[in-house]
Design a binder for this molecule. Structure first.
Ligand SMILES: NC(=O)c1ccc[n+]([C@@H]2O[C@H](COP(=O)([O-])OP(=O)(O)OC[C@H]3O[C@@H](n4cnc5c(N)ncnc54)[C@H](OP(=O)(O)O)[C@@H]3O)[C@@H](O)[C@H]2O)c1
Length: 354
C-alpha cells in the first residue's frame, strides 16, 4: 500500500510524499483493518510532521505513518467484532495518511446515519473534544442559557464547538479573523466578533451586557488558539476558560499573570482529549456515543473546506493551506472512491483486495 511515513521529522512540508509500505499488522485480537477513503488535515498533523507536538516525545516517535483522522470501509474484522467487512466507519488514530489502517475497534464509530464518509471524516475527533470539554463530565459544564465564546471559530475544532454549544442551548459567539471565515461561522447560526478589529474583547462585553450582567462578558470561553489573556478579558466575573490548544501561537507559549485569574475569580480548565481517552476509556466511549447521537439528530453538521484534495500526493498542499490559515472547517483528502472500494470487495467475495 501507499502511505506517508515520517522516518525523520521534516522542516519543509513539501518533502512529504507517499511511499510503498507493508499493510498494517493486526496486533491485537480486537484490531479491525480499514480501507481508508478519506483523511483530514488537522493542525496537529502539521506539528507531528515537524516533531513539534508534545506527543512527539511519547506517542508519535519516528518511524510512524502521519495522519490522525480518517473514514473508510472495514476490510477485515475479527469473527466476534461488531464490525463486518463493508461497514462504513470513521475514527481517530495515528496512521491516517495511508491506504489502510489497523485500529482497535474501540477507536472506531459507524458513520452517523445520513452522513457521507467525507463528512464523517471532517467531524473526526473534533466532536469529542467539544462534547467532552463543553458539556462532558470533566469539562466546563455549559448549561442552557449560558453564553459561550469560541475562539478560532472557523477552524476544524471551532466549527464543531460552536454547534455543540448551540445544541446545549447556550448563546454562542464565534471569533474569526476574516470576512470569509465570518461568513462560514454566521452560517452556523451564531453571532460573530472579528479579532482583526482593535478592542474586539470590548465588543464581546458589549454584545453580552444585559440585566444581571451589567459589565458584560461570557460564561465560558473555548480557546483552541492560545489566547487566555483575551479570554480572561471576555469572561464575566466567575467565568470559565477552556484551554484547548495553541493554533495561533507558532510554538511560543503564553504566560499569564496569575492576578488576572484571581481578579475575575476565573476557572481556567485545561482539556486534553487524547490523554483523557487513554486514561478514562469508558468515559471516552460515552463521549463518542453522544457525538454520534447529536450528529444523527442534525445538531452538528460537517463543515468541509471546499478545495478538492485528491490522493495522498495532495497532503503537502493541503498542509500548506492549513498552515497559511486559508482553510475553514476541515480540509479533507480523498484517498479512495467508496464505490470503487465496494466493487473491489464484491469482486473478491466481500473482502478488500489487499
Ligand atoms: N485539547 C485537545 O484535546 C485538542 C484536540 C485536537 C486539537 N487540539 C488543538 O487545538 C488547536 C486547533 O486545532 P484545529 O485543528 O481546530 O486547527 P485549525 O483547523 O487550523 O483552526 C485554527 C483556527 O485558529 C485561528 N487562528 C490562527 N491563528 C490565530 C490567531 N493568531 N488569533 C486568533 N485566531 C487564530 C484560525 O482562524 P482565523 O483565520 O480566523 O484566524 C483557524 O481557523 C490546535 O492547537 C490543536 O493542537 C487540541
Amino acid at each position: 500500500m501507499k502511505a506517508i511515513i515520517i522516518d525523520t521529522f521534516v522542516t519543509d512540508l513539501s518533502t512529504l510524499h507517499p511511499t510503498t509500505a507493508p499493510l498494517p499488522k493486526l496486533w491485537s485480537p480486537t484490531d479491525v483493518l480499514i480501507r481508508i477513503t478519506h483523511a483530514s488535515i488537522t493542525h496537529v498533523d502539521t506539528l507531528y510532521a515537524r516533531g513539534q507536538h508534545q506527543n512527539n516525545r511519547r506517542h508519535a516517535i519516528p518511524p510512524f505513518t502521519l495522519g490522525l483522522e480518517f473514514s473508510g470501509i472495514v476490510a477485515q474484522s475479527p469473527a466476534f467484532s461488531a464490525y463486518r467487512p463493508g461497514d462504513r466507519v470513521f475514527g481517530s488514530a495515528l496512521g491516517a495518511y495511508a491506504e489502510y489502517i489497523a485500529v482497535p475497534e474501540a477507536l472506531l464509530r459507524r458513520v452517523p446515519r445520513g452522513w457521507g464518509l467525507r463528512e464523517a471524516c471532517a467531524l473526526g475527533a473534533s466532536g469529542c473534544v467539544a462534547v467532552a470539554s463543553l458539556v462532558g463530565e470533566r469539562g466546563a459544564g455549559v448549561r442552557a442559557g449560558e453564553s459561550v465564546l469560541v475562539l478560532g471559530a472557523a477552524g476544524g475544532l471551532g466549527v464543531v464547538a460552536c454547534q455543540v454549544a448551540k445544541a446545549a442551548e447556550a448563546r454562542v459567539i464565534g471569533v474569526v479573523g476574516s470576512a470569509e471565515k465570518e461568513r462560514v461561522v454566521r452560517g452556523l447560526g451564531v453571532d460573530v466578533v472579528r479579532y482583526d478589529t482593535p478592542g474586539w474583547e470590548e465588543g464581546v462585553r458589549v454584545l453580552t451586557r444585559g440585566e444581571g450582567n451589567e459589565e458584560g462578558g461570557v460564561d465560558v470561553v473555548y480557546d483552541p488558539v492560545g489566547n487566555v489573556e483575551s479570554s480572561l478579558r471576555c469572561i464575566k466575573y466567575g467565568g470559565r476558560v477552556l484551554v484547548i490548544g495553541y493554533a495561533g501561537r507558532h510554538g511560543v507559549m503564553e504566560k499569564i499573570p496569575a492576578n488576572k485569574i484571581l481578579l475575575k475569580s476565573a476557572k481556567v480548565i485545561g482539556y486534553r482529549w487524547g490523554e483523557h481517552g487513554r486514561r478514562f476509556p469508558h468515559e471516552a466511549e460515552r463521549v463518542w456515543d453522544k457525538v454520534v447521537e447529536i450528529a444523527e439528530k442534525g445538531e452538528v453538521k460537517a463543515v468541509v473546506y471546499d478545495e478538492e484534495y485528491k490522493g495522498l500526493e495532495s497532503v503537502p498542499r493541503a498542509m500548506h493551506d492549513v498552515e497559511a490559515n486559508r482553510v475553514w472547517g476541515r480540509a479533507v483528502i480523498t484517498i479512495a472512491d467508496e464505490g470503487e472500494v465496494l466493487e473491489e470487495m464484491k469482486a473478491s467475495n466481500g473482502k478488500a483486495k489487499l
